[in-house]
Write a protein that binds this ligand. Sequence first.
Ligand code: PEP
Length: 247
Amino acid sequence: MKKKLIAGNWKMNGSLAANEALVRAVVAGLPQAACKVAVCVPAPYLAQVQALCQGSALELGAQDVSRHEQGAFTGEVSAAMLADFGVRYAIVGHSERRQYHGETDELVAAKAQAALARGITPIACVGETLAEREAGQTEDVVRRQLAAVIDANRSRLGEIVVAYEPVWAIGTGRTATPEQAQQVHAALRAQLAAATPQPERIAILYGGSMNAANAASLLAQPDIDGGLIGGASLKAADFLQIIAAAG
Ligand code: PEP
């Protein structure tokens, strides 16, 4: 059985002092973890967190990556730069990037490609809004978002991670039920199966108000291979409980 992956998304939170306390506490609680664990941190803190993770099983992630390799793209961070800091994962297409920065399916797919080209695993996020769910469009929306990533990365599909994050569940305290999440994960798995011979190799994470109380039931679903954790990844005790639930 493949190991589950629990990835924290700190979003735009943290400080040198807070990061140090958080990462030290997570690392101290990790030795028993039977799953893979990563934290996706704001870019300015990559060097700090890289140093804090040294010698532990905690892996480093970024929250975004440029589609471009280098050049006149003020404010952007390239995959090569992330690789310089030992970054193992990069979130692409988080709904906050799609919503506040106008990221399109095509751009998200190109970012996944840029990450893969530098040996970084993209965590490609898909998810519907509440209006889309209520209109019965959930599977159409996530399939469209995933199709763009598949089309641009067909030859390296086995190396990506997908995260199903219903937009209405992110940071709201409202989680998809295990059954709702499993239904979408199964649809995503079927879509991957049509594009790659070993779809089970691709981890499909659930994200959206996952916490210490609901993690076990979500992670028990057959097509939920881990979690992308926002708010609860900022509290070491909560994050460690989710990690334990994945073990
Ligand atoms: C996220 O930002 O990816 C996320 C899942 O956030 P939260 O866990 O806070 O809902």
